[in-house]
Design a protein around this ligand. Structure first.
Ligand code: AMP
Length: 138
């Protein structure tokens, strides 16, 4: 994928757009999804400019997976979901809508259906209060 540096996650990485930050390392950033499919939906991105998993260096891929596991543990401890879905979409046909590689961490509760993908904005105050719970679980 040709990387377009004007994509929203690149702008977040360059502090040109806001995000509700959860965790940051030298190679990765985790923040709340603004249109969460479930409460506590977090995204993990590499700081490397890569559109898909195929474009990502092995080093950055390893860092992403370490951050995914670290954040998933905090989400699990903070929100006590019945299960936790981790997803990563590559290309439009797979449902990818933002051209900077990212991993979804989505808590699941029995009998609670997922909201549609990237469609229902959450209130800023609600995102912040869930983020605070997750941050408190590191
Ligand atoms: P994908 O369809 O896998 O590319 O996922 C993109 C995700 O980014 C969707 O879940 C969107 O809700 C989410 N998203 C889009 N814009 C933002 C943003 N500015 N901040 C946080 N999440 C976003």
């Amino acid at each position: 994928m040709i990387y377009d540096p004007s994509n929203i996650f690149s702008r977040i990485l360059h502090n040109e757009a806001p995000c509700v930050r959860i965790w940051e390392s030298s190679l990765t950033l985790a923040f709340m999804d603004v249109m969460p499919q479930a409460d506590g939906h977090v995204l993990v991105i590499p700081k490397e400019a890569a559109g898909t998993i195929f474009d990502l260096s092995e080093h950055a891929a390893a860092a992403c997976m370490a951050t995914v596991q670290h954040v998933a543990r905090a989400v699990q401890a903070a929100l006590l979901p019945d299960g936790l879905l981790i997803a990563q979409l590559n290309g439009e046909a797979a449902g990818q809508t933002v051209g900077h590689v990212h991993f979804h961490i989505i808590p699941r509760w029995k009998d609670v259906p997922l909201r549609p993908h990237g469609k229902v904005p959450a209130a800023a105050a609600e995102l912040e209060s869930i983020a605070e719970l997750i941050r408190g679980a590191f």
